[in-house]
Design a binder for this molecule. Structure first.
Ligand code: FPP
Length: 231
């Protein structure tokens, strides 16, 4: 198990490849999401064990609403089911839950499950898990600008834009991981990943394991982060 250094506070993950994983096994795409949710739970547990302060999971993008109704509705049902079922595990691990995205676009049953979990876990002091739901990085920046304009703020600068993002108290990710073999960002945390170390992994999300994450953390420590400066 890797020892966490102070340099590593936040890992963000694009959990891609559920659909392909299922189709390759002759199953429905929905089965891939069910297995993907199991992987998400294991990764949450591992990150909590190593005392990572923040973990962000891209669970549903704004663009995902365009998928067939049946798939969208099965992902939404899965979300509310696991949030309800695993709330006690979040409490046991002292994890607090938060969401990033347009919460009001989610079906009522998901919003209710989320609101209860967010409220119940609010005082937990361990890892913070941020679920990106109905999330778009471009939309997040636009919503920040709208809030700034509504407040009639002057002196618009980076700090001010950052203060109006969905989760202003969460530091930018140090590590961004995408599973599933594709090398793209898919509108995820566009503002926050300016200096993240990016890891594109071949495993489909349901096959991703704590050992894969451990290996990425070791590779992260070998990289030199210069933030635009010279090494
Ligand atoms: C991407 O795979 C995955 C999703 C759009 C849904 C992910 C949601 C979960 C795993 C549920 C997680 C729940 C919690 C509480 C963390 P894809 O369908 O795009 O796969 P493909 O690229 O193979 O088609």
């Amino acid at each position: 198990m890797p020892i966490l250094s102070k340099e590593l506070k936040h890992i963000a993950i694009i959990m891609d490849g559920n659909g392909r994983w299922a189709l390759q096994k002759g199953m429905d795409r929905e089965e891939g999401h069910i297995e993907g949710a199991e992987t998400a739970k294991k990764i949450i547990q591992f990150c909590s064990n190593i005392r990572l302060p923040y973990l962000t999971l891209y669970a549903f993008s704004k663009e995902n609403w365009n998928r067939p109704k049946r798939e969208v509705s099965s992902i939404m049902k899965l979300l509310s089911k696991i949030i309800k079922k695993d709330l006690q595990s979040l409490m046991d691990l002292n994890i607090s839950l938060q969401i990033a995205g347009e919460e009001n676009e989610l079906p009522l049953h998901v919003r209710k499950a989320l609101e209860l979990a967010i409220q119940k876990t609010a005082n937990n002091t361990g890892m913070k898990v941020i679920l990106a739901l109905s999330y778009s990085g471009r939309e997040e920046i636009v919503s920040s600008l709208k809030k700034i304009i509504n407040n009639k703020s002057k002196n618009i600068n980076e700090d001010l834009v950052e203060k109006h993002l969905y989760c202003p108290e969460v530091p930018s990710p140090d590590i961004l991981i995408r599973t599933g073999g594709d090398k793209r960002i898919s509108n995820f945390l566009l503002w926050q990943i300016a200096y993240s170390e990016i890891f594109f992994e071949e495993e489909q999300w349901p096959d991703f394991r704590a050992e894969n994450l451990s290996n990425i953390i070791e590779r992260f420590y070998e990289r030199k982060r210069t933030f635009g400066n010279i090494a």
